[in-house]
Design a protein around this ligand. Structure first.
Ligand code: 3H9
Length: 692
């Protein structure tokens, strides 16, 4: 195996370079290599200072996650960190790319840190259900003070080099990592800068030791959204130990917390989700050498809610986009919604004050489809009917340049039928964004039977570039996300007819960890759309219909499945709804029965899993983990439960299949019969994971 860490000396400065692609993760081999090089540099009388840096695209992006759960390999973290921190010669970490998790912790054990201006520094362990286990919870508060440390450790988001400089986390911003680090190391020597260890410096803890509310307030604000998660609270406790205990005792507390989380179900699920997201980027079975097409210009057709949100996603990522509408008035309306959304975010402080203007400047607004002519990727986001989509694609076929990828944002429709109106079906695919598209990470990339492999790759690659989580799905009504939620909606509807109330059903799902249940979701989306569509199709759903007949169209009407106080989005259970349900059931000569939370959970979530099994059987999703990514980023499935297919494996497939059979019989609903793949896995004693 090639050396993953090497040592070079330029007169008095030794440079230790980690070269372990793709992200220089701190594997046992890397730790061993750094330790070896450190010892050589310390022993070399010519060396007066040491620079620790990395080759490739990034500094160390953390411990090697693939080693978690395996027997620990030497050297131990203690031994490895001590040789850096106790080095008699100053050690400078020279950072580029990302210094994350164990990577930042190593940098914190160094005596100085410098970084390039685009570098990001953070402790994202909580996102893997962990807390920093390499001294980060003890050294970071000493480096930047407890408030920022809590924000970084409990929240898990990295900070920029500029903020790192301001907070004292780094000593300087440099042009390039190794060269800048070496210049800084020489400065340490020539200017005899004081060389200290963070462990010995409690100066930034003085204020919080005198007033602990600084810490408790910071924790309260960072854990507000951490419902159901264990790691943020354990991480906060470890930071608390930095304030309350001597350094060595704090380290022990940190390690205890880290080891506890490492063995937890939550962290296992969150680590699974991390790799699931990355696996979803990999397209299998493509001809060798297939690569994405070059995308320089992007056009979005339609400036409504979806089109506007998609255009915002591009601008948010710094990618210029042409936003096209059919009239000046519609365009103006779309642009003003976009501007307002960014201005609200800026007023809230979630984006910089100058961001709205900068991002608006990336949107080139235009009237008329001929404006797609220079685009390498066109995303259509017009009204969701086949006729309208076909009309637009027939025009795109005439106006778009040769080789442009033509994507539809359809959420249900047959992408191949849409492609059939063009002379280039190989360039047509689906890019199904979720609402609000500027916020939601999921993008289903829908592959038609005639879509070219390089067009698929292009869509995946551009989606990643704008920070989305792309998942390739096959062609069927509703693709993966909507198709899988449909059976759960059907169960929710059925449960109403049997005696459950909307708030009981919603509460079961939110207690499970979903951000909202189907009835709150319905109120947010508006109930009139479904009602009109049922009328068109001659379909009845008596309770929902009665609700709409009473003018209860959801949040926008101030009442739907719930009632809402003026200006508030908080749903309040409404006795009028219960009355309306009772009256409807009486009219249908149906009796309500007591329904347990367990029954609600089983019928709704097991039917989701069951549909997932059908989707796998049909090859609509390539892997169970792809389905999990769809749920994590499309519907906010709680990450600490991994995703429905992962969760099903933990619950037990036999139990799920048995309960589905029971509910199918009890409710006389054949759609609850277990899918044949589920039955087969049960017979073979296998898990969904075995299909990966
Ligand atoms: C930790 O440090 C614990 C410590 O406190 C103490 C322990 C005692 N390990 O995301 P990408 C792989 S916990 C192993 O597509 P990008 C990844 O799977 C860790 N592998 O690239 C993928 O592999 P493949 C704290 C890793 O440029 C490839 O690298 N650190 C690791 O979009 C490329 O990844 C974190 O949580 C790893 N640590 O984003 C950081 N990281 O090609 C986690 C990545 O086979 N990493 N891989 O699919 C990230 O956030 C992103 O990967 C990063 C690059 C921003 C670095």
């Amino acid at each position: 195996m090639a050396e993953v860490v090497k040592l070079e000396r330029h007169d008095v400065v030794a440079t230790i370079t980690v070269d372990y692609p793709p992200v220089n993760a701190l594997s046992a081999a890397v730790r061993g290599g750094i330790l070896r090089c450190m010892n050589v540099a310390i022993a070399d009388p010519e060396v007066k200072a040491i620079v620790l840096t990395c080759a490739g695209r990034t500094f160390i992006a953390g411990a090697d996650i693939t080693e978690f759960g395996k027997p620990p390999q030497p050297p131990t973290w203690d031994e490895f960190m001590a040789v850096i921190e106790d080095s008699p010669k100053p050690v400078v970490a020279a950072i580029h790319g990302n210094a994350l998790g164990g990577g930042l912790e190593v940098a914190l054990a160094c005596h100085f840190r410098v970084a390039t201006k685009n570098a990001k520094l953070g402790l994202p362990e909580v996102k893997l259900g962990l807390l920093p286990g390499g001294g980060g919870t003890q050294r970071l508060p000493r480096a930047v003070g407890p408030e920022l440390a809590v924000k970084m450790i409990v929240g898990g988001d990295p900070i920029t080099a500029r903020d790192a400089l301001k907070s004292g986390l780094i000593a300087d911003i440099v042009e390039s990592a190794p060269a800048g680090g070496q210049v800084f190391a020489r400065k340490v020597l020539t200017e005899r800068l004081p060389v200290g260890k963070l462990r010995d410096d409690d100066s930034k803890l003085a204020a919080v030791k005198a007033d602990r509310s600084i810490f408790t307030n910071a924790v309260a604000s960072m854990t507000r959204r951490a419902r159901g998660l264990e790691a943020p609270f354990a991480a906060a406790e470890a930071v608390g130990a930095a304030i309350d205990l001597p350094f060595e005792d704090g380290l022990k507390k940190e390690l205890e917390g880290f080891n506890k989380l490492l063995g937890s179900d939550q962290s296992r699920a969150q680590r699974y989700a991390f790799f699931a997201e990355r696996a979803a980027n990999k397209l299998e079975g493509l001809p060798e050498g297939t690569g994405p097409r070059q995308i320089e210009r992007v056009a979005v057709v339609g400036a409504g809610t979806m089109g506007g949100g998609i255009a915002m996603s591009f601008a948010n990522a710094g990618v210029p986009v042409t936003l096209i509408e059919s009239t000046e008035e519609q365009l103006k309306r779309g642009l003003s919604t976009i501007r307002r959304t960014w201005e609200t975010s800026a007023a809230r402080g979630s984006i910089p004050a100058d961001a709205p203007a900068k991002r608006m400047a990336l949107i080139n607004a235009a009237v008329g489809l001929s404006n797609v002519k220079d685009a390498d990727l066109v995303i259509e986001a017009v009204f969701e009917t086949m006729a309208v989509k076909k009309e637009v694609f027939a025009q795109l076929d005439k106006c778009a340049k040769k080789g442009a990828v033509l994507a539809s944002n359809t959420s249900y429709l047959d992408i191949d039928e849409i492609a059939s109106v063009t002379n280039r079906p190989q360039d047509v695919l689906g890019m199904h964004f979720f609402s609000p598209a500027n916020v939601m990470k999921l993008c289903e990339i829908v592959r038609g039977p005639r879509t070219a492999p390089d067009a698929m790759m292009t869509a995946v690659s551009i989606a990643r570039q704008i920070g989305k989580a792309p998942v390739v799905v096959g062609l069927c009504h509703g693709f993966v996300a909507n198709r899988m939620y449909d059976p759960a909606f059907k169960q929710a509807d059925g449960l109403l007819f049997e005696g459950a109330l909307p708030d009981q059903i919603d509460a079961v799902l939110t207690k499970f960890g979903m951000p909202m249940g189907p009835f709150v979701m319905g109120d947010m989306a508006g109930l009139d759309i479904g009602w009109l569509s049922r009328k068109d199709r001659g379909v009845k759903s008596e309770i929902s219909d009665a609700l709409c007949e009473a003018g209860r169209f959801g949040l926008k009407a101030g009442k739907g499945w719930y009632k809402y106080e003026a200006g508030s989005r908080a749903p309040i259970p409404d006795p009028d709804v219960e009355r309306l349900i009772d009256e409807t059931l009486a009219r249908l000569s149906r009796k309500r029965r007591a329904i347990s939370d367990e029954e609600i959970l089983e019928r709704m979530l097991y039917s989701i899993v069951n549909e997932g099994a059908r989707i796998l059987e049909e090859g609509i999703a390539a892997r169970p983990s792809d389905i999990d990514v769809v749920w994590l980023y499309g519907f906010g499935w709680p990450v600490y439960r991994g995703g429905p297919m992962y969760w099903a494996d933990q619950v037990g497939l036999k139990h799920i299949a048995d309960r589905l059979v029971f509910h199918a019989k009890q409710t006389n609903d054949p759609s609850l019969e277990p899918a044949s793949l589920l039955k087969r896995l049960v017979v073979e004693g296998k898990l969904f994971a075995s299909l990966a």
